[in-house]
Design a protein around this ligand. Structure first.
Ligand code: KG4
Ligand code: ZN
Length: 340
């Protein structure tokens, strides 16, 4: 007998992207993301503006996701939404919307932890993407997160280390701001880094015990370095931008790789799954490929649209929880500081 298809609508609104996706079992039928350009002029996400933009976007984004999936909303089996962590105002928009729609359609509601979703995005069925075997190490690197997690099964996860201050993407964006680059600066630093000399300037790596990270010292070091050098040559930054970017990237990739190597040493696990917007970075990708050859690691990076904030990753967690009948009560609350 053919098994009945399960259709999950996923909703993501934890930061500055309003996203909705529809999935049939573990395959994505649609994944719509409305990013919010409004924050560019402020050089970072403004929470109040983000929640207002979510309110404007959520209805058209959900409608589009259902339309593109080619199903009707009456076919939906359940609705999954991001409960946290994230910006409270932003989370509330997705949470309230998901509750109302699930209530109206009389279908189960499933709350999802955003950090677990970044990791479980690896289990979306995709041609050319191999799913990591358990146990594996997951490193989530983005504008909001920097975490190394030991993943024993879909829902057994242990955070081994995380940032104690800025996230790695934030380090890119704040360094870029000092150098006069636009927001977000990560992609531009990455592009220039590939044209420059990574050993032109030396920035010291932070000393943080264990598997935790720190990136705020690097930003300060870059600020002082730029101030010092421009006193001598006012055009220093413009004249040496590619080398500066390459040196920053070299330092950041070094920090990430040092911690990953330590995590592999401590756990003996050599399957490494990467997620978050910074996984697009050419430096980290190259370093991971080298580690495959040098240390026998196997590394996994999902399709780009599933690494940045998106609802497909929320929907896949929804599907996995649906199979377990792990549903939420309707009084479930958005939680800004939700732990894995
Ligand atoms: O996952 P994401 O889209 O949003 C969240 O922060 O949750 O990640 C965005 C972050 C930004 O900080 C951006 O500068 C950084 O990822 N980023 C990169 C690259 N592409 C995006 N950083 C370094 N190299 C890149 N190629
Ligand atoms: Zn995220």
């Amino acid at each position: 007998m053919k098994k009945e298809n399960i259709y999950i609508l996923g909703i993501e609104s934890s930061c500055d992207d309003t996203s909705a996706a529809v999935l049939c079992n573990d395959e994505i039928l649609s994944n719509v993301v409305a990013d919010q350009k409004i924050h560019t002029e402020y050089g970072g996400v403004v929470p109040e503006l983000a929640s207002r933009a979510h309110q404007q976007n959520i209805v058209p984004v959900v409608n589009q996701a259902i339309e593109r999936a080619g199903i009707s909303k009456d076919q939906l089996s359940a609705i999954a939404f991001t409960r946290g962590p994230g910006l409270m105002g932003s989370l509330l928009v997705g949470t309230s919307f998901a509750k109302s729609l699930a209530f109206g359609l009389d279908i189960p509601l499933i709350d999802v932890n955003h950090m677990q979703a970044h990791i479980l995005a690896h289990f979306i069925e995709e041609e050319d993407h191999q799913k990591p075997p358990f146990p594996f190490l997951a490193m989530t690197i983005s504008g909001g997160h920097t975490q190394i997690v030991k993943v024993t099964s879909y829902f057994e996860m242990e955070v081994l280390g995380e940032t104690i201050d800025d996230a790695v993407g934030e380090a890119y964006d704040k360094s870029g701001k000092i150098l006069g680059l636009g927001y977000p600066a990560g992609p531009e630093i990455d592009r220039r880094a590939q044209l420059g000399n990574p050993k032109a300037y030396k920035f010291t790596k932070p000393k943080v015990d264990g598997l935790n990270f720190s990136f705020s010292g690097l930003k300060t070091a870059i600020l002082y370095f730029a101030q010092r050098e421009t006193k001598v040559n006012p055009n220093f930054v413009e004249e040496n931008l590619n080398d500066i970017c390459a040196s920053i990237q070299y330092t950041i990739v070094g920090i990430l790789m040092d911690k990953l190597k330590l995590a592999v040493k401590q756990t003996g696990i050599k399957h490494i799954a990467i997620g978050g917007g910074v996984s697009a970075n050419s430096g980290i990708r190259k370093a991971l490929k080298e580690a495959e050859k040098k240390h026998g690691w196997t590394t996994y990076i999902p399709k780009f649209e599933y690494t940045t904030d998106n609802a497909a990753m929320i929907a896949i967690v929804g599907y996995l929880k649906y199979l377990e009948k792990d549903f939420s009560d309707f009084d479930v609350m958005a939680t800004a500081r939700l732990k894995i």
